[in-house]
Design a protein around this ligand. Structure first.
Ligand code: HEM
Length: 363
């Protein structure tokens, strides 16, 4: 343990269960089944999760120049400004009315990050960062498999009114849990999303990543008054509340978020294999890494939507070796995202799908 109190990364931090490969195989097969059924429903291949694109943005990520040594890791080792593409989304594998309150996603593609990659097949120079507005997730691949079979395979067949009813019940239980401290299953937190304006939300990696010499979770939080004012503001009154709010905002305004890292201290209180446990911020607070700036722009339009929804993929395993995803839930994502995005982009295109320059992102 180094003197700063943070756990040093070493491969033995990961402890896969002996049956993990089989569990992942079953999950990927189930994801393929839902890909096929949603293609039949929509006559267009959509993402198996976070199917609804809610704003497509260009911006910049600036690594702070005064980071302490323990945060100068991987892509944050050198102060620099990178171009980024951001896809905002709402969760689940069907395209639903925004009256149904669902977890919100922020996927960031950082363009031009150099260094050895986590996967040899990744020949891009991009670093993808995938975040959701909830801190924790299913514990591991085994827990995810039950949810995949019960919730995600059924979900596209569940009518809107039933999902709204489940949301109402789940929100009641979330409130009760907040008052009493009695924990509830993570899935209820997700279904019971408060439905607040996506621009005022904080977004979390939920699972851990390697952070150079250390191990971390990431978060992006609103940092300019322009978006801080939306914290806790409801946004679920009509079918397209989320996208409308984003498009309207970026017509005239800019937004700033701060990317932060929460470092692992020990595998008991800040575990890597169990993504359902929030790492306590009183033990290890989120520390600033970089500024994300998103200038005024047209956040939606046919060309941007076609590019970001259909052609691009965001994948937690498109990353530097220094930021390799860690733990059961994160290992599971390696196969799942590749299969889902290959399915969406069939027939395989010979053109490179990863942007090499921000100018490839349509205006
Ligand atoms: C650690 C927690 C997770 C977070 C924070 C997360 C976040 C996200 C986000 C933000 C997106 C939308 C990406 C985009 O805009 O293109 C996404 C897509 C997706 N997620 Fe996750 N996710 C998590 C766990 C998982 C797990 C465990 C699975 C399944 C094994 C999964 C399967 C998928 C799939 C298949 C897609 C669509 C990929 C594509 O077609 O491009 N996710 N996720």
């Amino acid at each position: 343990m180094p003197r700063n109190g943070y756990l040093r990364y070493e491969p033995s931090i990961e402890q896969p269960r002996p049956d993990e490969a089989k569990t992942i195989e079953a999950i990927v097969a189930s994801i393929e089944r839902t890909n096929v059924s949603s293609l039949a429903k929509h006559h267009r291949a959509i993402r198996q999760q976070h199917a609804k694109g809610q704003g497509f943005l260009r911006g910049e990520l600036t690594v702070y120049d005064d980071l302490p040594n323990h945060l100068r890791q991987g892509m944050f080792a050198t102060p620099r400004t990178y171009p980024i593409i951001v896809r905002l989304s709402t969760a689940l594998g069907d395209i639903r009315s925004d009256r149904i309150r669902l977890p919100r996603g922020m996927a960031i593609k950082v363009i031009g990050v150099s260094g050895p990659k986590a996967l040899p097949a990744d020949n891009s120079t991009n670093q993808d960062i995938l975040l959701v507005n909830h801190k924790s997730y299913f514990s591991d691949a085994a827990a995810y498999l039950s949810a995949q079979r019960i919730v995600f395979e059924l979900e596209p067949r569940v009518p809107d009114f039933l999902l709204r009813l489940s949301g109402l019940l789940a929100r009641g239980l979330v409130k009760l849990s907040n008052c009493t401290g009695i924990p509830i299953p993570m899935i209820l937190n997700a279904i019971g999303d408060s439905g607040n304006n996506i621009l005022g939300e904080s977004f979390y990696s939920e699972g851990a990543i390697r952070f150079g010499d250390y191990v971390a979770k990431l978060c992006a939080a609103p940092n300019s008054e322009s978006v801080l004012k939306f914290r806790g503001q409801p946004s679920f009154r009509d079918d397209s509340s989320v996208l409308n709010a984003v498009v309207e905002f970026f017509k005239k305004n800019s937004a700033e978020y701060e990317l932060r890292a929460q470092l692992c201290t020990d595998l008991q209180r800040t575990p890597v294999e169990d993504a359902s446990i929030d790492w306590p911020e009183e033990i290890t607070p989120y520390q600033p890494l970089a500024r994300i700036t998103l200038p005024p722009q047209a956040a939606d339009g046919p060309a941007r939507r076609a590019y970001a929804d259909d052609r691009l993929s965001f994948d937690p395993w498109r990353c530097l070796a220094d930021h390799q995803p860690l733990g059961s839930i994160m290992r599971l994502r390696k196969e799942a995202y590749r299969k889902s995005s290959d399915f969406r982009r069939k027939p395989p295109t010979t053109e490179p799908t990863e942007p090499q320059h921000i100018s490839e992102f349509p205006d």
